[in-house]
Design a protein around this ligand. Sequence first.
Ligand code: SF4
Length: 381
Amino acid sequence: MYVANTFILKATSTCNLRCGYCYMFEQADRSAEYQPPVMDSAVLRSAACAIAAYCAKFHQPKALIVFHGGEPTLAGPAWFRQAVQVFGAHMPAACSTSFAMQTNGVLLNDDWVNLCAELEIGVSISLDGPPAVHDRQRTKATGAGSYRDAVAAIQRIQRHAGMQRLFGGVLCVVNPSEDGRAIYRHFRSLGIETMDFLLPVEANWDHPPSGCASPTPFADYLIPIFDEWWSENNPKVRITYFDSLLHLLVGSRVHSDALGGDPLTMVVVDCDGSIEPVDSLRACGNGFTKLGLNTKADPIERAFQHPTFQLALAGQEGLCATCRRCELRDICGGGYLPSRFRQANGFDNTSVYCADLTKLIHHVVDACALHLTSVTSQPCV
Ligand code: SF4
């Protein structure tokens, strides 16, 4: 049976940035235009009730509520107070519930940081690199970059004793025309110890990545980061993508939507209460994630019967014949689901990043093997 434990709540369907790669506003899906800008109180209550009922019915021991957007801080501090209070009132006592927010950091002043600390909302900030890299994509409506705001927000969190433990780190979208190692070094120079790198979700077989001379530009970006991180050997520095890779290599199960091919464990509730699968599937087409279900009328689990959701739940069983035969299948898992899409045959394809994933995984395997050889060849004392 499918188990959902991460619930993405679209607090807003509007944003104060205009990022070039955004799947909400800049790709095929136009559904955000028909959403209310902010999730209203009635929808918030219906979402909390539906999620609580699901967790109670299926005896979920824990749940993560992620406030997302658009830009979630545009909902305002009062909305967040109400949201945490409403979930607190409805979630079953036996289900340990935690909260997180993914933000661009533009509005995250000291009041916001204090509020997140008080409400115990973990905060992750989107940051793509130093100013010249970040500001190329992550711009305001005026065209000005948002690097300065994002880094100021990170520094506020780093200064706040209560927030340090709640900081989820930075999320960086890979841009293969940039120098991955320089971006990693920049993050480390800012004192950032937790980070993740995300392959662009808008790329699929209908819109493959273009403009790169190398056949494996994403691996070429990520491998120098891995090498630097690996040689740094600092257990405090965590890169989620590489942590997942290493866990999968030793046979652990990883609930990642980017690797491993386990069924996705996430449900999205849009601003109007619509129940949806992972929202980056919006990049596959206009209205692609719309199931015709809403928390005002439908239980969460009804979504799992829908054909679109079934695709997200199929995991490795849903892989194409090439992936099923692939020696890297248990680690790669076909990569991120939206990256396998092609209009003509749906998700019955390898990842559009297959060559990159192959090169990266082989590189990580070789690094581990070299490490094991050096450890086991040391004499016993
Ligand atoms: S996407 Fe490529 S590397 Fe990944 S499982 Fe499929 S064939 Fe293997």
